[in-house]
Write a protein that binds this ligand. Structure first.
Ligand code: MG
Length: 160
């Protein structure tokens, strides 16, 4: 099997009394993302991109949000499981590129920390993890600061 690419997308609502965790980095903010797990929209998009690269289904099939086992779950476990499933098909992640869409909070100061966190999680050099952030210019649910969304692209290659 040669190079394969995958894409992932996710969106979660911003809500009171929730932690804001993006790429496994806890970001101080008056609201956080709501969801069954820790609602880490970055790791969810990444997980789907990894699974998609090898046509292994999606995060909702693997980790149903109706399963009490995943209540408030640390989403790193989803990425690690996607990594295991890729490895079982002889594939490893070569590089990742992300766009996080957030009107609030401004993520510029957090991009480097998210990049390093993802590099650590995936056992990649930071130079193989692109993290970009953008607002939605005040438009739509993200632009009204009602939600944060993330797109992820992943290239996977055969294990050496
Ligand atoms: Mg999600």
């Amino acid at each position: 099997m040669s190079f394969r690419i995958g894409i992932g997308y996710d969106l979660h609502r911003l809500a009171a009394n929730r932690r804001l965790v993006l790429g496994s980095v806890q970001i101080p903010h008056e609201r956080g993302l709501s969801g069954h797990s820790d609602a880490d929209v970055v790791l969810h998009a990444l997980c789907d991109a990894m699974l998609g690269a090898a046509a292994l289904g999606d995060i909702g099939e693997l980790f149903p949000d109706t399963d009490p086992a995943f209540k408030d779950a640390d989403s790193r476990q989803f990425v690690r499981e996607a990594q295991r499933r890729l490895a079982s098909t002889g594939l490893v992640v070569a590089n990742v590129d992300l766009i996080i869409h957030a009107q609030e909070p401004r993520l510029g100061p957090w991009k480097a920390a998210i990049q390093q966190s993802l590099a650590d999680l995936l056992d990649l050099p930071a130079t193989s993890v692109g993290v970009k952030a953008t607002t939605n210019e005040g438009l739509d649910a993200v632009g009204r600061a009602d939600a944060i969304a993330c797109w992820a692209a992943v290239l996977v290659t055969p294990q050496a």
